[in-house]
Design a protein around this ligand. Structure first.
Ligand code: 13P
Length: 248
């Protein structure tokens, strides 16, 4: 049985005050949450968030990392620095990083490897654009994205990877994939892993992301191959986020 995982991606939305309010709000409702819950904060707030979650069942993640360990990379943050703050998770290859900052499949694969090398669990994001879905190329796109990572890190590494399927057309749009669309693609992603190792395919968590909210979370997470959610907008309000956490 795969444990349900619900992760909040705050993106570039935070202040010292909002982080306090949001994390304390989530913590106050965690008693009856059985899912694993992660909140992914912007870099300046990782330490604050990590301090707030000490001794709780809430986990903190970062949203990106650089592939180098240190050096002349102005404005960048390394996996070692993230780990230094006690943070255990990092989002890798989010579609916004791919489209706005030119992250290719090869770069994303390297980032997954560097995260793993540093003991961080990557939340490895994949997903197709609207035109790719409409032209019937969803499976080709997600295959390319997954295989780039399998080729570099090997299938065994998926014991420490969380996959997040986020159809780009569903991110921040209010248009959610139907449970059937999401389930079909999740099952396909699992079949890609199973080509290499069926046990690992069965145990790898595959989260859905893209306009998941308290109203649709239960039906989506209820699908056989959907193991939780990666939540953007609805992760910024403690009550909404907790409702999703309890849907699992
Ligand atoms: P929304 O939930 O706002 O659509 O964002 C999803 C997402 O990009 C999570 O990484």
């Amino acid at each position: 049985m795969r444990q349900t995982i619900v992760a909040g991606n705050w993106k570039m939305n935070a202040s010292k005050e909002s982080v306090n309010t949001l994390v304390l709000g989530i913590l106050s409702g965690m008693a009856d949450v059985e899912s694993k819950v992660i909140v992914c904060a912007p870099f300046p707030y990782l330490s604050q968030a990590e301090a707030l979650v000490t001794h709780s069942q809430l986990h903190v993640g970062a949203q990106n990392l650089n592939i180098s360990a240190s050096g002349a990379f102005t404005g960048e943050v390394s996996a070692g620095m993230i780990k230094d703050f006690g943070v255990g998770y990092v989002i890798v290859g989010h579609s916004e990083r791919r489209s706005l900052y030119g992250e290719t499949d090869a770069i994303v694969a390297e980032k997954v490897q560097i995260a793993l090398d540093n003991g961080l669990t990557p939340l490895f994001c994949i997903g197709e654009l609207l035109e790719e879905r409409e032209s019937g190329n969803t499976e080709i796109v997600v295959s390319r994205q997954i295989n780039a990572v399998i080729d570099l890190v090997g299938i065994e590494a998926f014991k420490n990877i969380i996959v997040a399927y986020e159809p780009v057309w569903a991110i921040g749009t209010g248009v959610t994939a139907t449970p059937q669309q999401a389930q079909d693609t999740h099952a396909f992603i699992r079949s890609l892993l199973a080509v290499h190792d069926s046990d690992i395919a069965q145990s790898t968590p595959i989260l859905y992301g893209g306009s998941m909210n308290p109203e649709n979370a239960e039906e989506l997470i209820g699908c056989e191959d959907i193991d939780g959610g990666l939540i953007g907008g609805a992760s910024l309000k403690a009550d909404d986020f907790l409702r999703i956490c309890k849907a699992g």
